[in-house]
Design a protein around this ligand. Sequence first.
Ligand code: G16
Length: 540
Amino acid sequence: MDLEAVSKRSAFHAKPQGLILQYGTAGFRTNAQHLDHIMFRMGLLAVLRSKQTRSTIGVMVTASHNPEEDNGVKLIDPLGEMLAPSWEEHATCLASAEEQDMPGVLGAIMEKEAVDPQQAAFVVIGRDTRPSSEKLSQSVIDGVTVLGGQFHDYGLLTTPQLHYMVYCRNSGGRYGKATIEGYCQKLSKAFVDLTKQVSCSGDENRSVKVDCANGIGALKLKEMAHYFSQGLSVQLFNDGTEGRLNHLCGADFVKSHQKPPQGMEMKSDERCCSFDGDADRIVYYYSDADGHFHLLDGDKIATLISSFLKELLLEIGESLSIGVVQTAYANGSSTRYLEEVMKVPVYCTKTGVKHLHHKAQEFDIGVYFEANGHGTAVFSEAVEVKIKRLAQELEDEKGKAAKMLVSIIDLFNQATGDAISDMLVIEAILALKGLTVQQWDALYVDLPNRQLKVKVADRRVISTTDAERQALTPPGLQEAINDLVKKYKLARAFVRPSGTEDIVRVYAEADSQVSWEQGGEISCVWSLTVAKGFLLRVRL
Ligand code: G16
């Protein structure tokens, strides 16, 4: 490996002096203008990771839910999962190195990770529709090629599609074909097989309205819709023909504002959903006859999916372990419902799919969802083999349930949360169970809750513990939260620094909304005082 050539090439992707960025919740994210050197260096790092693992590594250029002027990059590990934490540290080191120190940092990573320089490397690249993405993905390619890595540029892809491609390539085809056609065929076959089982009395003309956040999800859903058009008709809104990415639309907007996206034509009781900018999150919603907005977020999705999987296992007569993984943002009602009514064990991890995914892999069947709509289900290899065998052996209702389980396993993108795959899973389950969106919503009632973004001078003053449910610093913050929370029934609140935006997130929930302020406004206000001189307020 020619580290001198790397230095020379790096000069074309010079790092702005003093700029330090960290590999955050889902890679590097900031304004696109500051990212050229990061892209080049992540191309280099992907080659090293590929050599070390002797596998294909993915590099996705996207900032997902962030505003259009931002961009970002993340690496995808061999089984389609997020980059291993020890390599996140290497990524931060490499991204922070001043130009003259770059070869030394690369050498140190190679030594620490025992990377064989002679080993071949292969990297696959994808990008979202942001105006900056194409140029930035060229910088990734520049980094890959200067270290002698081979690559395949998929061009425009949703983030979960790139995760799928990486998994397929490293599973020797077992997981599927590493092409867009392979992805569409795998999912649509599973969806059609599943929905064939719907009894005739069901709603035969199923349709759903999809807000695509003016992002890549629109292109990919259009590309795919004809594959399953007989089972489901999708009507796209915010498809990118006008309007800015994630602006007043998309899953993040709908979840945090708890209102419909702009540009969506909602009639009462119609089933609608929103993707985010790179189509790795989904939330559902509808507006009732009185015009009230109802949100079915990641928690409701996890409940629907896990109850369906549990029912199938019960029908087959298999007692496999099912676990649900959530984060601190999970609504208290959802956790109670899962534990007390469904009798499913629930675990809480830190924010970030990487944490949930690994916890979910501890079960025969793990269902994980963040409340923001990012999630999927994962099945152990032994379970997949067993279910496939049972689908061949069993007859009648048991055989039918086993076949449905085989199809739904194929319908999930087990590499990561995937809005398209999750939408098809949800649509199939609703059809099979004959549930309306209102009936699904009625499984439990969410505690009133609010989430706010607060801009502060330095978000790193806040550190947390206990899966981000408790603040460790600054001193006095957690005590202030505790004092407020104990005044209200079923109340919970926490504060954590975002790993994707330069803000602090504040979350609060309680059993009811109470009157606050003399203005007669019906709201409950949590005032969370931070010792560094700013006041965080969340209104319910
Ligand atoms: C990413 C992560 C999610 C996380 C979200 C917000 O989502 O993949 O796991 O919940 O960021 O993270 P934070 O609160 O740290 O900013 P996306 O859809 O933006 O890739």
